[in-house]
Write a protein that binds this ligand. Structure first.
Ligand code: DHB
Ligand code: FE
Length: 279
């Protein structure tokens, strides 16, 4: 059976694409962010995942506001990036894993999560940049991928309770996949940020730090908040932290924290990075 090595949650901000393209990792603005990654790269070199299941939200590239699935799973041989209008370079496509995609779709629908199935799926910065950050040599050493897209964009959104249950079902499905593959789960977005309106620029460090701690030790803690409360605490885009919760759900009851980094701000966002190993 397949083995989940652990999970990594990380912020996605288009601006990171510009830093990567221009090799700005040592620049004073970027260094505190990029310095978070070497310990995660070391851990990935140890646990050697073959496949990354990426829980993220699309921002209007593949799904626009007129058609908005709550949960969508990719089942394509490859996933293509395209221009979102941020002025960052588009990146090379990512290979899929059709066997895992269909196994996940079958298992999750059996578990009563009524998904949208995507045999073609454009992937935006929320999928591409975390993978570029985690696997900088992915063109030489390709990692197979399965995108899992959650609606964190247009109300009504799935609740924290639903996302955690979805993540747990994803974890059970991966563990029942008849394969010797090693799987890492990624969750992208957050932490606190708001891009528009009177609270544009809003950041809540106290909540982010508590969230980071509870995500490791007691992820059910997040389910005490409804989505209005999560938006109030984290901002209209901070609610992307639901993707982190789904990722955490997939990792099982107990995890070991491998590394955590938190830095304010990257663009308008409180940038977080949290790697957890399954024991
Ligand atoms: C920013 C953050 C996001 O999550 C996003 O999807 C786009 C932009 C930002 O802080 O600039
Ligand atoms: Fe986002």
């Amino acid at each position: 059976m397949a083995h989940i090595v652990g999970g990594i949650n990380v912020t996605h901000v288009p601006y990171i694409g510009r830093a990567l393209a221009n090799n700005l990792q040592q620049d004073a603005y970027w260094k505190p962010f990029f310095d978070g990654f070497p310990p995660v790269h070391d851990w990935l070199a140890e646990v050697k995942p073959d496949v990354a299941v990426v829980v993220y939200n699309d921002h209007g590239l593949n799904f626009f506001l007129d058609k908005m699935p709550t949960f969508a799973v990719g089942a394509a041989p490859e996933y293509v990036n395209a221009d979102e209008g941020w002025g960052i370079p588009t990146v090379q496509p990512f290979g899929g894993d059709l066997d895992l995609s269909w196994h996940l779709i079958d298992s999750l629908i059996e578990a009563e999560f009524d998904l949208t199935t995507c045999q073609e799926m454009l992937v935006d910065h929320a999928f591409t940049l975390p993978l570029e950050l985690m696997f900088p040599d992915r063109l030489e050493k390709p990692i197979r991928t399965v995108p899992i897209c959650q609606n964190t964009v247009q109300f009504p959104l799935p609740s924290a309770k639903r996302c955690l249950a979805f993540g747990r079902a994803i974890g059970r499905a991966i563990e029942n996949w008849d394969s010797d593959a090693r799987v890492v789960v990624l969750g992208t977005g957050g932490l606190s940020h708001q891009l528009e309106g009177t609270r544009a620029g809003f950041i809540n460090k106290a909540f982010d730090l508590e969230f980071l701690e509870k995500l490791v030790s007691d992820p059910d803690w997040v389910t005490r908040f409804n989505n209005d409360e999560l938006v109030e605490k984290t901002g209209t885009q901070g609610i992307e932290l639901l993707n982190w919760l789904t990722c955490r759900g997939a990792l099982g009851a107990t995890v070991r924290q491998v590394h955590c980094n938190y830095h304010i701000p990257i663009s308008n966002t409180a940038a977080g990075l949290l790697a957890m190993a399954c024991e």
